[in-house]
Design a protein around this ligand. Sequence first.
Ligand SMILES: Nc1nc2c(ncn2[C@@H]2O[C@H](COP(=O)(O)OP(=O)(O)OP(=O)(O)O)[C@@H](O)[C@H]2O)c(=O)[nH]1
Length: 923
Amino acid sequence: MSQEHQNGKGKGSGHSAGGSNDANGSNAPPVSSRPQYVTVGSGSTTESAARLQAMLDTDSGYGGSMAGDSVQGWHPRFTEDRPSPAHSPMVRGESSQAADNERRQQASAIHQLWYNQHRVALGRSINRVVETLKSLQEMNASWPATYPSVQRAEAGQTQRRDPRPGLVHTQSTAAGATSISEPPRPGSMRRSLTSIGENSTEAESSTAAEQRSVPEPRLITPQIAQEFSILKLDLKLGALHQTELVHSLEKNSIASLLDGKISTSIKHLLSLRDRIEDTSSKVLVTGDLNTGKSTFCNALLRRKILPEDQQPCTSIFCEVLDARENGGVEEVHAVHKEVIYDRHDESTYDVFALRELERIVTDNDTYTQCKVYVKDVRTIDESLLNNGVVDISIIDAPGLNLDTTKTTAVFARQEEIDVVVFVVSAANHFTQTAKEFIWAAAAEKAYIFIVVNGYDNIRDKQRCQKLILEQVAGLSPRTFKESAELVHFVSSNAIPSAPPGPGGNGGGSGSASGGGGDGPEDDDGEPEGKGKGKEKEKIRDFENLEQSLRRFVLEKRARSKLAPAKTYLLNVLGDVHTLATVNQEVAQSELDRVTKELNELEPLLEASKKAKAEVSDDIDKTIEATCKGIYDHTRSTLTTAIAESGDEDLGVEYPGLFSAFQYAEDLKEAILSQISASVIACEEHARRRTVDGVSSIKQLGLLHLGDEYTDLSFRSDVMFTRKRDKLAKQVEIETELWDFFDWSTIIQKQEKMAGTGMAMTVLTVAGGRMLGGYGWIDGALAGVKVVGNNNLRHLIIPGILATAVAATAYILSQIPHSLPHRLSSKVSAQLEAIDYVHTNSDRISSSVRKVLRFPADNLRVGLQRSVEQLGTKQEETRKVKIESEVARKYFGNLVNESAKLRNTVEAVDLEGPAPGVAAAYDS
Ligand SMILES: Nc1nc2c(ncn2[C@@H]2O[C@H](COP(=O)(O)OP(=O)(O)OP(=O)(O)O)[C@@H](O)[C@H]2O)c(=O)[nH]1
């Protein structure tokens, strides 16, 4: 019974790529660009089927319903080389078969509708999640997201802080927030202990409780860290624990790792989107060596296509596809090693005839896999390769052994593999390799279709079933739960098959007709009727398997095709939700922190600005007042010192007349050194005032700058060392003879004495004034008057002499009294001439000003810097505040958005049966 290729025949509306072998899909569909549902069968579509068809046209997800969304629409490539299949001709004719066909059509249409609704919903969700992830990536670039990390309870470490630009930034989390309401995660996420000691049920004494170190509050519990499934960072660097690594890595490194994870996730989501848009499905048949995998595939195809042997022979992956995908030509494409197969690029494979397959399959040095294009000998009602809804290819994998297990596991993990059929020998049960493979595959695929082959060899069939099912329960509980559908006990070699040649037709659709030539011998030696009965039973069992497999592939396609997308979406959304929640908290705590910081900064800055202005004024005033005080003090001190220098006891002994000049020199020196001493005293005074001044500036600095104030070392002893007063050099006074006569005193005394008696005058001159006074000449003249001229003539000479002697003696005796005054007056006059007092006062006060200005300027600079620093800090904090506000808003929205998206994705119910489908197939 060969299958006819019926392009456009018997279709409600044409298949978009019906009859087109154009690889590029250039043959646009005649009516709409969307592919349309293929009505199969006799062509007699009923009203209800037509209605369903119409629904599919409007809500197929291939076009209309997707329009307006950014969901990727129909891809022409998915229809390429996929002509509509022929339907089984009506043999039984008439009503019962027509009703049967219609029922199947309806079931298929309903299923397609149901499937498409879910597909569109998931497609939309994928797009939204991709957009969400992209925005998260952008946010992560501008505001490095905090990756949740676990604080180890036993470590009791203080939370580490991570520097944000210019400011200290909380790395992990805000203290206090101890938990996050985490939505339930998909899958069987196991909750582990939250921390050491938390599960301790032992009673503890109150003292122990007091002494026990309280673990720091944690925002991220270990469970949450564990629950990261997609965006979990793979931090396997060195011997550090993951959480320690999260802490030890810089925040930006974490952010860039996260960025990489997000990119990978986006890529995967896009490939998942392509995958759910794809109408093709792949079934991987695998199992232990020689368990009858090839025999089983051949039985499914009802043709002896794949080589069967009693010894292991399949060494490469053989993918059996409908020949219509190869322009209707039956042939083998043996794919070269390490190339990606492209049917349109012959350099990627070698072409062989079907009969050469056995040789290729055993020659595993040249090829890694081959594509076997075969014509389907069965109608679409029975065919597994093409059934009008989906194109299925069957992949016969090499038997599992040390060399192939890994390859097959990798193969099974491929996204294109919708169903893994595991063939196990009824006699040998599951080997260790088989168990390991199923464990691994079950984690990936959730359901495994198990074929227990060679059931004909088993005598105690019930025991075999029991033992196998027990093992399945342990290996894949979900598969076990649906074992009626997913675990089948069959004898593949009992299925009649056609030879491999072109157009070969083996058992055909009427396979229930009984065992063909390839059927096993009735080795039980039982009567023929009973033997035939057994054969029929084997065929029925196999047909049941086929129906289940079709259901599994078709009806539960949603699970195999859409479930990975749903699971992945839920996982990624769960991760995004966790990240968003954590980062919302972090952004909030960051915002609180910077807001507080800003509130504190503002008055600080104001105070700093005010202090800067005030302190600057204060300092200036203090310096000026100090300098003025020092100037005045110096001036008055020096003036007094100079004025009184003659009155002081200068400590110079009068050595006598003969050393009068020396005496004058000594006196001069003593006067000068006395003045110098008072200069030094003034300097000392100024020094003390300067020390006070410097110290008060320092106090101001400490008051306004605190620790920021840099104290300058001030050495008061160095003051006035460079510009010393060189008084001796400035004053040059010659001692003159007249200096020894104190004319002013003499004249003064003479004035006082005027008006007294002559005798007294003479006596005075001769006696009393001998000791001092300058009026001796007047006295002498008065004496002349008294004595008379004659007497005078006798007296005059000796008198004059006596008087002169007396006067000289007097004058000389007055030297110690008169000379200091005289010299002091001369020094004073000369010092006045050189403006000595002012110069020194100015020198000292200027020096003080200079010294005080140094710390004052330093303080001013410090205050200026403080204002600038506070200003910069305020700017940065404001920036961080804005960033944190944006981040908090963003992550807050992301929390809601991810939760909403999760609800949408969770609402896509792939677990329940497609409406009406089960009933349609229950026959
Ligand atoms: N009795 C019995 N023999 C079977 C059954 N299925 C397959 N065989 C035989 O088991 C042998 C191995 O079958 P294959 O299909 O080559 O096994 P395989 O698993 O494909 O082998 P490799 O891929 O090479 O590992 C063949 O001789 C088959 O005829 C069955 O259900 N019952």
